[in-house]
Design a protein around this ligand. Sequence first.
Ligand SMILES: Nc1ncnc2c1ncn2[C@@H]1O[C@H](COP(=O)(O)OP(=O)(O)O)[C@@H](O)[C@H]1O
Ligand SMILES: O=C(O)[C@@H](O)C(=O)COP(=O)(O)O
Length: 424
Amino acid sequence: MPLRFGCIADDFTGGTDVAAAFRRAGLRTALVFGTPDATTVPPTDCDAVVVALKSRSTPADEAVADSLAAQRWLRDRGAAQLYFKYCSTFDSTPRGNIGPVTDALMDATTAPITLHCPASPANGRTVYQGHLFVHDQLLSDSPLRHHPLNPMTDASLVRLLSAQTRHPVALLDRSTTDQGVEAVRDAVEAHRRAGVRHVIADALTDDDLAVLGAAALELPVVGGAAGLAEGLGRAHPATGPATAGPPPPQGRAAVLAGSCSARTLEQIARFHAAGLPCFRLDVLGAAAGHDVIGSTLHWYRDQSPDLPVLIHASVSVEELAAVQNQLGVDEAAAQVEGMLGTLASRLVEGGVRRLIVAGGETSGAVTTALGIRAVLVGEEVDSGVPWTHTTTKAGDLALMLKSGNFGAPDLFTRTLTGASQETT
Ligand SMILES: Nc1ncnc2c1ncn2[C@@H]1O[C@H](COP(=O)(O)OP(=O)(O)O)[C@@H](O)[C@H]1O
Ligand SMILES: O=C(O)[C@@H](O)C(=O)COP(=O)(O)O
């Protein structure tokens, strides 16, 4: 059966988020991690295949090369349309990577024009007059202005994208979307005739995204977050039941967190407040050559196997800045990601069978360290946060890759102790 959607996600948690969106739209969806090659087993009988890369914060030429390799692999599997999934908060620097990757995918598919919309209303991301909001704040006023790798200090998507492409960028505002699918198609066509290559669309609701998705179904390349992917998916008739996940495997449970996002810090605080065992990694100590892995594993062995544990590098904005000032951003990230990757391997070898990873870059590091290449996308626990299922050398593993800002504050405690959902 031909593949309807080939999707390239620029980080691993973005991959799980968009895979959950396609699944919600009723599409059978598989998720592959890392640049696929001839040895990557092509999933069969899927409507959508998501290739999750670690290309959000890499140099633009690397991001382009990896994305083109994924595009060729998806094309060879018959993908009728490409979706480039980037962050709902448009995480990128002026030097990269959303513009260059989209341009390269458009060149490769000879697409004359594309539509972008990073809105994800389920997670409070909306676009109005081309400005990105995070709940009730402009992106540039939100906690994303302190992001450790991609601090977002401008909310104008036209301005942000124009800095990343030499091609014209234009806005399709909500008054057009309000007029329906035909009006959006006509507006995109008018922009194409005027020489525009990138159209940024407003969207406040899932209904707006359904209109945009239906209007964009014939464009070779479309870009945005999980919301527009769901809109596209809903515009395409499903061919079979969405994949159900197997029951969770028995074994210990752990959370590994490298995200310093506000929501992850809240989730960690809830876990701690519930009296569950938490261990904070000493990043400066590790950089100074101390055996932080050894002391963490020593602590872990003293914990009750019946309780989930949480190990985190995550720190407040102020502490993060202090570590980054001392080590540099890249060295600090390398220390954190190296430690969490090694710990993931040791924990899974030691019997952990349910593992939550918090943070996009962190998820990339952990998944790579565990040698996981593909997963089945299962039940969605909170919006954009599904369980995925895979098998490692050590046995079956239920893996949840959580974007830094996703999930309810009680996600870790509720998911791993079976506590009922809090009403907020
Ligand atoms: N204590 C720390 N000191 C320095 N850098 C850190 C620390 N904790 C986490 N980081 C880095 O912050 C970044 C968080 O990014 P990521 O995992 O993508 O989270 P998010 O999904 O919240 O953006 C990672 O590169 C991680 O290595
Ligand atoms: O679109 C989104 O917001 C997420 O899918 C995502 O990509 C978030 O990135 P991280 O917070 O770095 O995980």
